[in-house]
Design a binder for this molecule. Sequence first.
Ligand SMILES: Nc1ncnc2c1ncn2[C@@H]1O[C@H](COP(=O)(O)OP(=O)(O)OP(=O)(O)O)[C@@H](O)[C@H]1O
Ligand SMILES: [Mg+2]
Length: 402
Amino acid sequence: MLKPATIRVDNETTSERITRQATALSNRLRVVGEIAFPPSAMKTLRHFTSGEVAQIVGVSDGYLRQLSLDGLGPTPELGTAGRRSYSLKQINELREYLAQARPKEAVKFWPRRRAGEKLQVITVANFKGGSAKTTTSLYLAQGLALQGYRVLAIDLDPQASLSAMFGYQPEFDIASNATLYGAIRYDDERVDMRSVIRNTYFDGIDLVPGNLELMEFEHETPRAMGKRSGPEDLFFRRVASVIEQVEGDYDVVVIDCPPQLGFLTMGALNAATGMLVTIHPQMVDVASMSQFLLMTADLVSVIEEAGAQLNYDFMKFVVTRHDPRDVPEQEIIGLLRDLFGDDVLGAAAWKSTAIANAGLTKQSLFELSKGAVGRSVYDRAMESVNAVNGEVIALMAEVWER
Ligand SMILES: Nc1ncnc2c1ncn2[C@@H]1O[C@H](COP(=O)(O)OP(=O)(O)OP(=O)(O)O)[C@@H](O)[C@H]1O
Ligand SMILES: [Mg+2]
């Protein structure tokens, strides 16, 4: 039995003490985690009511009912009082059906990229911790999947919060060589990109999980830089080149970056076709942004000097965790818009206890039903999340010239 982390153990070295604290914390989290949410193998996505499906897909509820009465499209599950509900897989079947039945609106119902439309790689970054990178990545990935896109989510953060949201406990569930590190490492233990990609319970999203082993890339890159030559070995190309290997399977890749500007983030900056920089609109956070931008410019110039060009289709600031009643926050957003104009997304993700609480049980609002958090709270939070996602989808559509 381990001693409680608060009690000092005699003759303990500092490293032993920290290890003991880490172990105590991790054991406790494991217990709490198992109570709060089932292990990933058991995580399932709820069904969506026909009202929700009508809204998500963009048809009327009455039309959906008629389809199901006529036996067209997927057969929804019938609940009490004849309520119809659909799994996400069925929503996608419905999309496919509608695209065929209403060919003029095919792109709207079945928005996957067509021949000639390039894969979009959206990197979510900021070295400021807690600026809602992971939350933004998660809601974007899920929002895109609900809209019918095929999404690859990459957790590039050794803290692995994104993987945790998908039900993985990074320390227990992710074996070695099962993160992106496995696919981009320099030695001959490197594995195929496909072997680090997993399906998730959220239809349409595949995940490359993260855990601490990603740190190895930060340690090994300086060593490898000394030895190698040839463009395929350039460290900042490695993330992009493994994504290229699976390009045909996806419409969008969403990369959740760690809160630092290391070699992994540099790889993600290089792989990106679009960048989202998350900002929590508080003075301390905005103050560090100028540093973030300068350091990012430095990293990008290293890449440029090596002969690569980063021509992002878009690079936008996304205001996150915004409390619209907070006057200083409004002023900061005003300042950002004044400085950066259209480079700041028009919509902001509002601060919501529903989002924070759902996060505690490793869920997103998409996974909860309205009843679970109160309709108005739910609707308000979803509205702001959907508005942010909607703008990103519009940017993607522009790239695809739709
Ligand atoms: N819109 C929101 N409303 C309320 N809470 C939020 C919102 N967005 C994020 N949070 C909460 O803020 C915290 C930090 O968010 P998140 O983990 O997404 O930030 P991050 O930038 O990924 O952090 P890190 O730098 O550590 O990776 C989390 O507890 C999350 O649940
Ligand atoms: Mg994060």
